[in-house]
Write a protein that binds this ligand. Sequence first.
Ligand code: FE2
Length: 236
Amino acid sequence: MIDFHSHILPGIDDGSQSIQESIALLKEEYGHGIRQVALTPHFYAQKDPLLKFEQKRAEALQHLLDATKDYENIPELYVGAEVYYFPSIGSSDILHELCLSDTSVMLLEMPFNQWTEKILDDVEKIIFDHKITVVLAHIERYYEFQRKKDIWNEIFSMPLYAQINTGSFLNRKKRFCLKFIKAGHSVLLGSDCHNMEYRPPNLHLGREVIEKKFGEEKLHEIDILGEKLLIKNENT
Ligand SMILES: [Fe+2]
């Protein structure tokens, strides 16, 4: 089982604020049967230059690795970012640095307003010009802003993957999420956990809802897709 979206790295964004909390989150994930976790701290291009972000991320990761080196029951960690869309991102030359460890997979957070042709064009460039596998973060959180359904449909006709937050299977977005899966889209699951209190690891709970609706086979399909995306690039 893979958690494709988390804010477990300590002290880098609005997620875990301490090494103790990060360890508790990882133990909780492992206890739920998760063996691979994507660490995806927020990256806002307007706020932090890439080098500063990379430096903070490397320090946070080292801190976490040092603190967990004697633990056996910790998931394997993949380090990337939750990259918030910025204008002309499709022409940016920093995108591969933001992909998950030794892969060409990038978690992209889209704007929380009506998407435009320009945004579509950028996403297309990320996929085709940069040869990056795009995973759109928590797709269920944008739908209410998309009045132009043709743009929404165009995005999901591209070769990209949709990540759904498992917490959304437990709230009013459940109906949308199940409908999206039923429509045949390839999805990945993430807890988007930030802390143990109000945004805790809940991948197992979302999976229960999916299993109840579509059967174990669907979960298997999701897991296989996740494993395929985490295969490391050759020569890295
Ligand atoms: Fe997130």
